[in-house]
Write a protein that binds this ligand. Structure first.
Ligand code: PNW
Length: 495
C-alpha cells in the first residue's frame, strides 16, 4: 500500500486552520491535538478510497455535441440540425454547426485525454455521416472520420467505447418514416449497426446501442423540448418507447451477428434513479421495486422481456402494440449495462400500498447545481448500479456518464477554478468506490465530459467539460477539475 501519511507540524496545522494569528498559546491542545500531531488524514486513505485493479477510467462525448463539420465529407442532415435551426428551440439560439470542431481537432482532443492519463474514451458515431439518407448507400468518407479517430486513440493506448445512437437521427428517416414513430426506423438502425460493427469491431470491442432511451422518447416526442420536437399523445409516446426499445434489441443482435468474436454490446441508460431515503432493509427493497416499475418501458423490458403488469394496467388502451417476438428481441442478452448517473430522481420509502413504495416529494430547499435539473445526490452513484446488479443479476456495469455543469468563469489568472465540479465529482466517486468495494460489478467510469460542448436545448450555456472551450476560437484550456481527475486516475483512488 502506498503510504501517503502526512504529519503536520503544529505551526503548519495552525496556519492551515487559520489559527496562526491567535498565537500558539491559544491553541486548544487536547487529546486530539497532542504535541506529536494527530495521525489524522491521509494514512489509510488509499486503502479506503481505492478502486479495483484494471478499473477503466475514461471521458465521454457525443457526435452532435462536439464534432461540428455538419456538411463535411457527405454527412447528411440529422434531426438535431433541423431542430437547432428552428427559431426558439435552443436557449441561446446557437446550433452545433461547428460545435467544438472535434471533427478537425480530434488529434488535439486525443492528446487531452492522454494528458489526463485516461485509458478509455466513449464517443458516438453520427449515423448521418455513415448513411446520409439513413438507409441505402453508405458514405465511406463519413466512416473514415471514425477510422482516423480510432487509429489516433490506438496510437495513444486509449480504448474506444462507441455509442451507435446518441440522438442524431438522419433527417431523411424522420421525413420518410416519421422517425421513431415507425418500426422501420428500428430496422434501419439495426442495418446501420450491422454495417458499423462489421467495419469497426476490429478496433472497437465495446458498443453501446442507444444513449438514454428515456430522454429521446420523453423530450423528443412528449414535451417537444428535444429533436424532433414532437408532442405526441400518450398512446403515440408509448409506441415510440416500444420502437426505441426494439431498436436497442435489434442492434444488439446486429452487433452480435456482424462484429468480430468477442465484441461486447449493451445499452447506455439513464435509469430513473430511486434512492432509499434512509438506508433500512425495507426502504432498500422499496427502492429496488421502484427502480423496476419506473423503468418498465426501458431497462426492465430489456432485462426481463416483458412489460410489468403495472405498466400495462396504467397504460390501458394506450399500451403499445407489440408481439411476443418483439419482446424476445428487446430482451436479447447484453454483455453489460451502461448507466449515465447524474441525479437522484426519487427518494423512496417503503409503504403499505399496492406498489410497496412511496416517493418523497423534493423540498424546495434541496440544492441544485448550475443546471436546475441537476440536484446533487452522490449516493445515486452507489444505489443505481447496485439496484441494477441485484434486480437483474447483471454481471458487468459501466458508468457511461457522470458530471456536472458549472459557471466556469476563468479567474484573473486565466484558470477556471471549478471547485464546485471537483466537490461534485469527489462525492460521487466516493460513492462509486463504496459500490466497487462492496462488490457491485462496475468495470469503468466515463466522465461527462472531456470538454465543454453543445448541451442540446441549453446550447452553449451549460458547460460540462474538464476542458474549457472558447466556442469562438475553439481553444481548449484545462479547468482545475482536469487536475483532480488526473490525480484520481493516477492513484486509482478518489483524490
Ligand atoms: C445526458 N436529467 O443528458 C446526455 O447523455 C448528454 O448528451 C448530456 O450532454 C449530459 O447528460 C448532460 O446533460 C441528460 O434530467 C439530460 O436527469 C438530462 C438528465 C440526465 C441526462
Amino acid at each position: 500500500m502506498k503510504r501517503a501519511f502526512t504529519r503536520f507540524s503544529r505551526r503548519q496545522f495552525a496556519s492551515i486552520v487559520g489559527w496562526s494569528a491567535l498565537g500558539a498559546s491559544m491553541l486548544p491542545v487536547g487529546p486530539g491535538l497532542a504535541q506529536s500531531g494527530p495521525e489524522i488524514g491521509l494514512r489509510d486513505r488509499s486503502a479506503r478510497s481505492g478502486f479495483p485493479d484494471g478499473f477503466v477510467w475514461g471521458t465521454a462525448t457525443s457526435s452532435y455535441q462536439v464534432e461540428g463539420a455538419v456538411d463535411k465529407d457527405g454527412r447528411g442532415p440529422s434531426i438535431w440540425d433541423r431542430f437547432a435551426h428552428t427559431p426558439g428551440a435552443i436557449a441561446d439560439q446557437s446550433t452545433a454547426d461547428t460545435a467544438t470542431d472535434h471533427y478537425h481537432l480530434y488529434k488535439e482532443d486525443v492528446r487531452l485525454m492522454k494528458s489526463l492519463g485516461a485509458r478509455a474514451y466513449r464517443f458516438s458515431i453520427a449515423w448521418p455521416r455513415v448513411f446520409p439518407e439513413g438507409v441505402g448507400s453508405p458514405n465511406p468518407k463519413g466512416l473514415d472520420f471514425y477510422n482516423r479517430l480510432l487509429d489516433e486513440l490506438s496510437a495513444h493506448g486509449i480504448a474506444p467505447y462507441a455509442t451507435l445512437y446518441h440522438w442524431d437521427l438522419p433527417q431523411a428517416l424522420q421525413d420518410r418514416f416519421g422517425g421513431w414513430t415507425s418500426r422501420d426506423t428500428a430496422k434501419a438502425f439495426a442495418d446501420y449497426a450491422a454495417y458499423v460493427a462489421e467495419r469497426l469491431s476490429d478496433r472497437v470491442k465495446h458498443f453501446f446501442t442507444i444513449n438514454e432511451c428515456a430522454r429521446l422518447v420523453q423530450l423528443g416526442h412528449g414535451t417537444g423540448a428535444d429533436a424532433p420536437g414532437l408532442k405526441l399523445s400518450q398512446a403515440g409516446l408509448n409506441q415510440v418507447r416500444h420502437h426505441v426499445a426494439l431498436g436497442h434489441g435489434l442492434a444488439v443482435q446486429a452487433v452480435r451477428a456482424h462484429g468480430r468474436a468477442g465484441t461486447r454490446v449493451g445499452p447506455a441508460e439513464n435509469a430513473v434513479s430511486c434512492i432509499p431515503a434512509i438506508e433500512t432493509p425495507a426502504n432498500v427493497r422499496a427502492a429496488e421495486m421502484a427502480t423496476r416499475e419506473l423503468n418498465a418501458g426501458y431497462l426492465t423490458v430489456m432485462m426481463e422481456g416483458k412489460y410489468t403488469d403495472a405498466y400495462l394496467t396504467q397504460a390501458g388502451r394506450d399500451a403499445p402494440d407489440h408481439t411476443a417476438e418483439d419482446l424476445r428481441v428487446i430482451s436479447s442478452p447484453v454483455d453489460f449495462v451502461g448507466l449515465n448517473i447524474y441525479t437522484p430522481d426519487h427518494y423512496v420509502v417503503a409503504a403499505d400500498n399496492e406498489r410497496g413504495f412511496a416517493l418523497a416529494p423534493f423540498p424546495a430547499s434541496f440544492p441544485r447545481m448550475k443546471a436546475t435539473w441537476l440536484r446533487p445526490g452522490p449516493e445515486t452513484m452507489y444505489w443505481v448500479p447496485r439496484h441494477v446488479a441485484r434486480l437483474w443479476n447483471v454481471k458487468s456495469i459501466y458508468i457511461t456518464e457522470n458530471g456536472t455543469s458549472g459557471s466556469d468563469q476563468p479567474a484573473a489568472d486565466g484558470t477556471v477554478y471549478d471547485v464546485d465540479r471537483i466537490m461534485f465529482l469527489r462525492n460521487y466517486l466516493t460513492q462509486l468506490q463504496r459500490a466497487t468495494a462492496e462488490g457491485v460489478p462496475i468495470g469503468g467510469y466515463f466522465l461527462w465530459s472531456l470538454m465543454d460542448n453543445f448541451e442540446w436545448s441549453d446550447g452553449f450555456e451549460q458547460r460540462f467539460g474538464l476542458y474549457h472551450v472558447d466556442f469562438e476560437t475553439k481553444r481548449r484550456t484545462a479547468k482545475l477539475s482536469a487536475s483532480f481527475y488526473r490525480e484520481t486516475i493516477a492513484r486509482n483512488a478518489v483524490a
